[in-house]
Write a protein that binds this ligand. Structure first.
Ligand code: HEM
Ligand code: HEM
Length: 240
């Protein structure tokens, strides 16, 4: 006997599917280059906003969005490998890949902000570092992308594996927020019911995410040099 329960909140699902659209868009705009490199930067800053949102949501979101709920501790991982883990959110192994994906995405965005392409575009924070360091970060930006691509292949393969071998469809819950689970499991989980999220947490996460995007786009530069963007600061910097 199965019951349907709510598992992924709407903000988390939106975060995921916007990321799924934005990461390939960032890749395509970087590869085509030319006039699209400006768009690469804009999309990258949007991804930064998504990541900042997700980090705050990991503390104030609903039960299964919170990092502490699914943090892959040694005991949780051991229970999972012995087939004794019971839960409905990210399983401990999946949680490892979630943290790895988030960390690599942060590194990708972090290096891009300081990188330059030697032709027409410099990341909005590149004026804060000297040219050799910006060049080095550009190399790391490209290397980190290879790691990100490998993790994404694994991510999709894992989902296909769960669908085809374990007969668990993980994609439908990520779309609808709802999952069908055995009634016995639902009863054991009801001892620790999933809580919703508070509107104030959502508003704060959105505000912090917007401040982060504005801050890297121009905000911090504006505070220190009113009227000047990072791009202009970079141009004015003779070492660059
Ligand atoms: C998840 C987000 C991102 C992804 C997936 C990504 C991916 C890439 C890739 C694959 C390249 C290399 C293109 C090539 O081979 O020619 C590239 C180049 C570049 N990206 Fe990003 N990027 C991201 C975020 C950012 C951000 C936030 C910025 C700055 C705002 C940025 C700035 C740059 C610059 C300046 C280059 C040119 C470097 C060069 O010429 O080698 N990127 N990016
Ligand atoms: C650029 C491509 C993608 C990125 C960057 C990405 C990233 C992520 C991240 C960060 C999470 C963790 C969600 C959280 O924050 O808690 C996640 C989970 C998930 N993703 Fe993706 N994803 C991508 C593509 C896909 C695709 C194409 C699918 C569908 C085939 C998919 C299906 C899922 C599912 C089902 C989960 C939940 C897994 C679970 O139940 O534990 N993802 N993804």
């Amino acid at each position: 006997m199965k019951v349907t329960i709510h598992i992924w909140d709407l903000p988390l699902r939106l975060f995921h599917w916007l990321l799924v659209a934005a990461v390939p868009a960032a890749y395509i705009t970087a590869k085509i280059g030319g006039p699209l490199i400006d768009w690469h930067g804009r999309i990258g800053i949007f991804i930064l906003g998504l990541l900042v949102f997700r980090i705050f949501w990991g503390f104030v979101g609903s039960t299964h969005a919170r990092f502490l709920t699914f943090f892959p501790t040694i005991s949780r991982l051991a229970a999972y490998f012995k087939g004794r883990w019971q839960g409905i959110g990210h399983n401990p192994l999946g949680a490892l890949s979630v943290f790895a994906l988030l960390a690599v995405l942060i590194a990708q965005v972090g290096t891009g902000l300081f990188a330059n392409d030697d032709i027409a575009y410099a990341g909005p924070l590149s004026g804060l570092v000297d040219k050799p360091l910006s060049d080095q970060l550009r190399g790391w930006h490209n290397t980190v992308f290879d790691l990100l691509a490998a993790l994404l292949v694994l991510h999709v393969l894992a989902i296909v594996f769960y669908r085809c071998v374990k007969k668990h469809n993980l994609v439908v819950p990520m779309l609808t927020g709802k999952k069908q689970i055995a009634k016995a499991l639902a009863t054991s989980i009801s001892a620790n019911p999933a809580t919703g999220f508070r509107a104030i947490g959502l508003i704060l996460s959105l505000i912090i995410s917007c401040i982060a995007m504005w801050g890297v786009s121009d905000g911090i530069a504006y505070l220190y040099h009113p009227g000047q963007s990072y791009q202009q600061t970079a141009q004015a910097n003779p070492g660059f």
